[in-house]
Design a protein around this ligand. Structure first.
Ligand SMILES: Cc1cc2nc3c(=O)[nH]c(=O)nc-3n(C[C@H](O)[C@H](O)[C@H](O)COP(=O)(O)OP(=O)(O)OC[C@H]3O[C@@H](n4cnc5c(N)ncnc54)[C@H](O)[C@@H]3O)c2cc1C
Length: 507
């Protein structure tokens, strides 16, 4: 029987980073990935003349060499930054909302962002400055908390980060109302909400403010050869460090011993790997529901209490005209019916009523990403319930066409561009595609929803209590940092290092 200090199940963003951290900590590590390529959602695929990005709109918190974000710092430590060719995204976003008749394009850079907001909403400057001051204090408090491994001193917190403590249990809308932000300013500022998949009455202000601050001050990046380039760079790094990566290898069972702790992993071909440490890059629902026998009832109840975040739908278009010819001006569009995020969230529960889209034209960041005279776009939406489960198999293609058609129509109406006549390639991924590809329940692409009781702060605070099975930890979109690229990378960093600590403690 082969023996490893640790086995990582899944080669998505969280699993890849966890494996590098394990190896850097001296652990003999095996990563198993059920597909023949790494990355999970972080990959690309070809249709005709186009290589489509499968998921990444923009990598938050990466920054540049002289204004590094936390993800770049992490990648430097992992030894992967220089293995990837990076591009900067030109502007933050363009948000178009029908009900409020908003059409705003926001730049990167704190001052530029505040100035542009003032031009759209005269009189907004003061509340925007307050917002950024709060967001900066939140980041400083988080940095302090990380520096003491979460064991914060209450006096330091109250003396230096009182506003962080004050905002701790409030939602985005509650805090923005408290600082008297004008409604239109709030509407424009809240455009990123769909990236976190929870509406602004539920979404923690701490989480949102810290994310917006990083986007605005560090800008956003993209690898030239799509996110697949990052995933390949990580596999190369794992192998340089002496780790094993087995593709086409699905883990089907985690063997537990008398103490309930990890003793090994069973692969789909029946092979057993001996290990006392597993990092699972899949959801606790799958791990506790299918991969471990005799799970404690409390764990099952706790797992079932969580709510799945948005289920994904993406349409990819290869167009036989350039972005200039088609009049596509921006890299990143958010198209909403309304900026009332609670109302919008409700509309996103049903296939029939969901018309939201987050749309990217990669050529605006990287003109040569497709052949000369062409451009490519991807359109993503989220479903806030499992409505796709109500689609009968015989209606599946019809419903796919219905949504794809609606997305094209909506983009054309809201931006005035005619894209339909120039479609050369079209490909559509539904929640079924995502469920099959990464194995996530209901085709979720954002892990567990950031609810009031289950947001970033409660998860970080509960990290120790959440570690219920000896030798088993989770990395990726379903774990303590919530979902998204940066979050999945950070969770891999945390669990990788924690597992190294566990191994060292065991001796
Ligand atoms: C269309 C789309 C757009 C997105 N846009 C953005 C964006 O712009 N910015 C952003 O930050 N985030 C975005 N996201 C979210 C982001 O892609 C995810 O949060 C992130 O990639 C999740 O990483 P993960 O570590 O959870 O791994 P996953 O990508 O979920 O991968 C898990 C891996 O584990 C493997 N696996 C699972 N079970 C097993 C098993 N039993 N044995 C072996 N292997 C197994 C799977 O095959 C898969 O490779 C987007 C996602 C999608 C789908």
């Amino acid at each position: 029987m082969k023996k490893y200090d640790a086995v990582v199940i899944g080669g998505g963003n969280g699993g890849l980073v966890a494996a590098i951290r394990l190896l850097q900590g001296g652990a003999k590590t095996l990563l198993v990935e059920k597909h023949n390529i790494p990355g999970g959602f972080a990959t690309s695929f070809r249709r005709g003349r186009f290589e489509f990005e499968a998921s990444l709109h923009e990598l938050n918190d990466f920054g540049t060499a002289d204004n590094a974000g936390d993800v770049r710092v992490l990648f430097d430590e992992l030894g992967v930054t220089d293995k990837v060719e990076w591009l900067q995204i030109p502007e933050a976003y363009r948000v178009i909302a029908r009900e409020e008749k908003i059409d705003a394009t926001m730049p990167f850079g704190k001052q530029a962002f505040i100035d542009k907001m003032e031009s759209y909403v005269p009189g907004s400057r003061k509340s925007m400055e307050k917002f950024f001051a709060l967001a900066e204090e939140i980041r400083d408090a988080q940095a302090y908390s990380n520096s003491v491994n979460g064991k914060t001193d209450q006096k330091v917190m109250l003396d230096k980060y009182a506003n962080f403590v004050k905002c701790g249990s409030y939602s985005v809308n509650e805090v923005l109302d408290a600082i008297k932000m004008p409604k239109k300013t709030k509407d424009i500022l809240n455009a990123y909400w769909c990236y976190l998949g929870a509406h602004c009455d539920d979404l923690s202000f701490l989480h949102y403010a810290s994310m917006v601050l990083r986007y605005v001050t560090k800008g956003a990046a993209m690898p030239k050869s799509r996110s697949h380039e990052i995933s390949l760079a990580m596999v190369e790094r794992i192998r340089e460090l002496g780790g094993d990566v087995w593709f086409n290898t699905e883990a089907v069972k985690i063997i537990t011993g008398k103490d309930g702790g990890v003793e090994g992993v069973v692969l789909k071909n029946g092979e057993e790997i001996k290990t006392r440490h597993v990092i699972a890059n899949c959801s606790p629902h799958i791990v506790y529901g299918r991969m471990i026998d005799n799970v404690d009832e409390r764990i099952i109840k706790e797992t079932n209490a969580r709510k799945f975040a948005g289920r994904g739908f993406t349409m990819f278009l290869g167009l036989n005209k350039s972005a200039d010819e088609l009049g596509i001006e921006n890299h990143n569009y958010f198209l909403y019916d309304t900026m009332d995020t609670v109302k919008q969230y409700d509309l996103m529960k049903k296939i029939e009523s969901n018309s939201v889209q987050a749309t990217v034209c990669l050529n605006r960041a990287y003109p040569d990403c497709s052949p000369a005279g062409t451009c490519m776009m991807y359109f993503t939406t989220l479903y806030m319930t499992d409505d796709w489960a109500n689609v009968k198999p015989e209606d599946y293609f019809k419903v796919k066409d219905f949504v794809a058609n609606k997305m094209i129509e909506r983009f054309e109406q809201d931006t005035g561009c005619n894209i339909r006549d120039s479609i050369e390639e079209i490909s559509v991924a539904t929640p079924m595609t995502y469920a099959r590809y990464c194995g996530h329940p209901e085709g979720g692409i954002y892990g567990y929803e950031s609810q009031y009781w289950d947001g970033l702060m409660p998860r970080l605070l509960m990290m120790a209590e959440d570690h219920k099975t000896r030798g088993l930890r989770f990395a990726g979109g379903f774990s303590m940092r919530l979902s998204g690229y940066s979050s999945a990378y950070f969770s891999g960093d945390i669990t990788g290092r924690q597992t190294v600590g566990d191994i060292k403690r065991e001796g």
